[in-house]
Design a binder for this molecule. Structure first.
Ligand SMILES: *[C@@H]1O[C@H](CO)[C@@H](O)[C@H](O)[C@H]1NC(C)=O
Ligand SMILES: *[C@@H]1O[C@H](CO)[C@@H](O)[C@H](O)[C@H]1NC(C)=O
Ligand SMILES: *[C@@H]1O[C@H](CO)[C@@H](O)[C@H](O)[C@H]1NC(C)=O
Length: 486
């Protein structure tokens, strides 16, 4: 998979060696023109782990590796950012190793986990089905040494190879006190077709997708089941990933303490209470200060772990893993709860509970999450969506005009000037609907946006500023008001 053409690589060399070193925290991005020429790379598919490695690599980077992204490229392209690393088959490992060393010195369990995850990511190779070379050097850290990269899912024996990669990674995550189930997130895509001359495969590569497009586009294929991971780490779990803080191993406790003091300037370390921790999956017990936005109350197999909302670019934290969006974080929390519940059901420790019960609980947990995220939309008070439509035939007019779709809450004749309707809607929101301040402010913005356009574009501008849709509202009203047989 992931074909890179030679001529483009020459261009790549020239430009990247001339480019300044990317500043820490900046996502290294290949110029657009190059992205167009290169076919199906995937080095940005798991961006969240590259971000974590970048932060920790930059603490101390004696080899002057330019960015973690180079370790995931084919050797020819990797050379441009390898610093003093000459064995390019080992740039990936060397990058992970250095980041792990730095994170360990800082007592940063998340940083160590990110380095391990990164070490397990697949590297680009020349064609669909071609596996990458395994590094022949020994890593400084035994944890990194124990982890190899994923291989192209279309390559020979990939399913077994990649499962072994994930299980080995899970053991190392457990050994440092991180969540072993996270190992699944290092997985790759569905196999591409051998002989596909476009090299298209099933990959994605979006440089500015903060989370990673394999997650946001839902392309990740699991290499193992949650139960297989739990079984693989069984011997390790008791010494380092026990859910209860009081039984945490000394080394984990020490790492957490170090992590806590390293973070003390900006966050308060708290211990995830045993009630809030999913059994067997609770990990590094340091969480950032903030509010728990997980409100789901189901407790089969233990409560869903807290989703801590704080500030920053990745404001949501679940068991030490950070997320950009609340929805994704809540979903993760529900999934962790399901894993704990399923493990308990399978082991017989939850009498009368089956895996199906756990799955039903996860469905309910996700439903509560999406209702919650939706509610976070604007508060229109007692009124429904104030969408405006632009259509012919309103009020018996022959020409196109503007009107609120919901004539019950926003009863006003149609107008040729959207300003008339927009200002009426905003007035109603505040006086009659008793809408929230957020909606009233958004309506003022929507009014301005609408005034800057004409026709359908004006209606669209108004609606999108308020997060509503005329078409959706009309459809909903039709399905409520009009029986299907009419
Ligand atoms: C630990 O490393 C992660 C990246 O893996 C980073 O986001 C976080 O800020 C680091 N924590 C501290 C306390 O430096
Ligand atoms: C690893 O492979 C490289 C390139 O083939 C070779 O130059 C080097 O000597 C090998 N190193 C070890 C430790 O085997
Ligand atoms: C932790 O350290 C204490 C005292 O040093 C020791 O008694 C205990 O067995 C250790 N616990 C673990 C899980 O290693």
């Amino acid at each position: 998979m992931k074909y890179e053409s030679a001529s483009i690589l020459i261009a790549f060399f020239g430009l990247t060696s001339a480019a300044p070193m990317p500043a820490p925290k900046n996502v290294f991005s290949i110029p657009r023109a190059m992205l167009r020429g290169r076919e199906v790379p995937q080095e940005h598919s798991h961006n969240r782990f590259l971000d974590g490695v970048r932060v920790n690599l930059n603490i101390d980077n004696p080899a002057k590796i330019q960015d973690p992204v180079f370790g995931l490229l084919g050797n020819a392209a990797a050379a441009a950012g390898a610093g003093s690393i000459t064995n390019l088959d080992c740039l990936h490992q060397a990058t992970a190793d250095q980041a792990f060393t730095n994170a360990k010195a800082a007592g940063n369990v998340t940083g160590q986990a990110d380095a391990l995850m990164y070490a397990a990511l697949e590297r680009n190779t020349g064609s669909v089905g071609l596996a990458s070379v395994i590094c022949n050097e020994t890593a400084v850290n035994p944890e990194i040494e124990a982890v190899q990269q994923h291989q192209d899912p279309a390559s020979t024996g990939a399913a077994a190879t990649n499962k072994a990669v994930v299980l080995a990674l899970a053991k190392q995550l457990a050994s440092i006190g991180a969540d072993p189930q996270e190992a699944l997130l290092s997985g790759t895509f569905a196999p591409g077709k051998i002989g596909d001359t476009t090299g298209a495969g099933n990959t994605c590569d979006v440089a500015d997708d903060v989370e990673g497009c394999i997650f946001s586009q839902n392309l990740l294929v699991d290499d193992a089941t949650a139960a297989e991971i739990t079984a693989a780490v069984a011997g390790i779990a008791s010494s380092s990933s026990s859910s209860s803080a009081s039984s945490a191993s000394n080394s984990t406790a020490a790492a957490d303490t170090a992590a806590a003091s390293a973070c003390a300037a900006s966050v308060t370390a708290t211990v995830v209470s045993s009630a809030g921790a999913a059994k067997g999956t609770a990990t590094a017990a340091a969480t950032t200060a903030g509010t728990n936005v997980q409100t789901f109350t189901g407790t089969l197999g233990g409560a869903a772990p807290p989703v801590i909302s704080s500030s920053g670019t990745r404001p949501f934290t679940v068991n030490g893993n950070t997320f950009v969006g609340e929805g994704a974080a809540l979903q993760r929390s529900c999934s962790i709860q399901n894993t704990a519940c399923s493990n308990a059901a399978n082991s017989g420790s939850l009498a009368g509970t089956s895996v199906a019960d756990c799955n039903a609980q996860e469905t309910a947990c996700n439903a509560a999450a999406s209702a919650k995220v939706k509610r976070a939309a604007l508060d229109f008070g007692t009124c429904s969506d104030p969408a405006i439509e632009f259509a012919a035939g309103l009020d018996g007019r022959t020409e196109n005009s503007f009107q609120a779709v919901n004539q019950v809450d926003f009863n006003h004749g149609s107008a040729l000037n959207i300003g008339v309707i927009a200002s009426f809607v905003c007035q109603q929101l505040s006086s009659s609907c008793k809408a929230g301040a957020d909606a009233i402010a958004a309506c003022a913005t929507a009014q301005t946006a609408a005034a800057a356009a004409t026709g359908q574009a004006a209606a669209d501008a108004f609606n999108s500023a308020l997060g509503v849709s005329a078409a959706k509202l009309k459809f909903q009203r039709r399905s409520v008001d009009t029986p299907a047989w009419i």
